[in-house]
Design a protein around this ligand. Structure first.
Ligand code: HGY
Ligand code: MN
Ligand code: MN
Ligand code: MN
Length: 409
């Protein structure tokens, strides 16, 4: 069967329509997980999916499953999907592109009157970003068994609001069990969120895997005291200690290329300009495509903390989230590569720098991903940008890879 194209204008219009929900002045999106804006985005998506003839279910952690029937409903579905929640200063495409590309695949199958042996199922995974409720990839992580449902429902945000209560409040505490999900194959389309496709002038990224991640919470404890009366040599300044730790995180990442190290969250207590900070809570995010290197970075972090503790403040480190580098399924990777070739797009193999729900889906189903370029590789930023043509390319590859695995009848 010759490669099919999707309806590019319809995909782009849906992306721009969804971007209005939580739209920000700088052209980005803020739809934090399980907020009213997330609820609005979810409800709009369900409306579109039902209009496209899908049956829709919601599971106990709020994942949405939109199923287009196949000729043999006893077969596991061929899946796709991503997330609708965003970063606080997120863009229009991170996650959203994947769920709307999935919808466009269904719409295009309908346009072409295509029947598939396997059902086709789009998943909208809950709280992929891990910004409001940490860690990330919660919805896919519960389904893959990386997290228990209860521990995720009991997770709290910085205001002490419990995830399970927020799920109830927005009406997405579903009936469908989170266990027993299966896919014949699963593909996630996503913007690359990095600079490599653009730099290499490639239209499609054939994603062969994803780098591993280690997330930590660190609490540094010094001693509050007066900014004017406490001599410098008598201080135990938690912010000085955490500043040293921030620089150590950068040093460790640079010592293990192409690893990444980031401190993105910090709370200063008591956060008063004329009181020496007594306590700092901060996040640490380490990533590397090779597990042995990620382990070395972990060891270097702990050694750095020992050095800092010798200067006075104590440091408690909670290594609360880890997953090893992911290797995607060869059959699915080849289906993506073949669809790309059939459509005549330039492409390159690439490892995902970001975490994606596909990383956890690959625990229980053959999985791969499709990347499209984004302007200057910028993401998790309101200026995140891509073109209609690039969105069309990735989505056409998704359609054809899914048709290959779903078996057209
Ligand atoms: O952190 C990540 O890589 C993703 O955006 N959750
Ligand atoms: Mn994403
Ligand atoms: Mn993201
Ligand atoms: Mn994702």
């Amino acid at each position: 069967m010759e490669a099919l194209k999707i309806n590019s204008d319809r995909l782009w219009d849906s992306l721009m329509e969804m971007a209005k929900i939580g739209g920000t002045p700088k052209g980005g999106c803020c739809r934090l997980a399980l907020t009213d804006l997330d609820k609005q985005g979810r409800e709009l998506y369900i409306k579109w999916a039902e209009e496209a003839g899908c049956t829709v279910k919601v599971d106990a952690v709020g994942n949405i499953m939109c199923t287009r029937p196949g000729e043999d409903m006893s077969l596991p579905p061929v899946g796709t999907g991503s997330h609708l929640d965003t970063q606080p200063t997120g863009g229009k495409f991170d996650g959203v592109y994947g769920v709307l590309a999935g919808l466009e695949v269904v719409r295009s199958m309908n346009d072409h009157g295509i029947k598939t042996k396997h059902p086709v199922e789009i998943s909208v995974w809950t709280n992929e970003e891990g910004s409001r409720f940490a860690p990330a990839m919660m919805g896919s992580g519960v389904v893959s068994g990386r997290f228990t449902l209860q521990e995720i429902l009991d997770t709290k945000d910085v205001d002490g609001l419990r995830l399970g209560d927020e799920l109830e409040r927005i009406g997405f505490a579903g009936e469908t069990p989170v266990t027993g999900r299966n896919f014949h194959a699963f593909f996630e389309a996503h913007i690359e969120q990095g600079p490599y496709l653009e730099a290499e002038e490639k239209q499609v990224g054939v994603v062969t895997g994803g780098q591993g991640q280690r997330w930590y919470n660190a609490i540094l404890t010094g001693r509050e005291s007066h900014a004017g009366t406490t001599p410098m040599h008598l201080r135990s300044d938690a912010l000085i200690a955490s500043s040293q730790l921030v620089l150590k995180v950068e040093e460790i990442a640079k010592a293990h290329p192409p690893g990444c190290g980031t401190v993105g969250f910090m709370q200063v207590m008591p956060n008063s300009r004329n009181t020496i900070p007594g306590e700092i809570s901060m996040s640490i995010d380490l990533r590397h495509p090779i597990d042995e290197e990620l382990t070395k970075m972990d060891a270097a972090l702990k050694a750095a903390i020992e050095e800092i503790e010798a200067t006075g403040p104590t440091v408690s480190l909670d290594p609360f989230w880890y997953y090893e580098p992911i290797h995607f399924n060869e059959t699915c990777v080849n289906a993506v590569r073949q669809a790309t070739v059939d459509l005549g797009y330039s492409h390159m193999d690439i490892i995902a720098g970001a975490g994606h729900d596909a990383c956890y889906v690959s625990d229980f189903a053959p999985t791969s991903m499709i990347f499209t370029p984004c302007l200057n590789g910028i993401s998790h930023n309101e200026i995140e940008s891509t073109t209609q043509e690039e969105c069309e390319g990735g989505c056409s590859v998704l359609l054809n890879a899914m048709l290959t695995m779903a078996e057209v009848v």
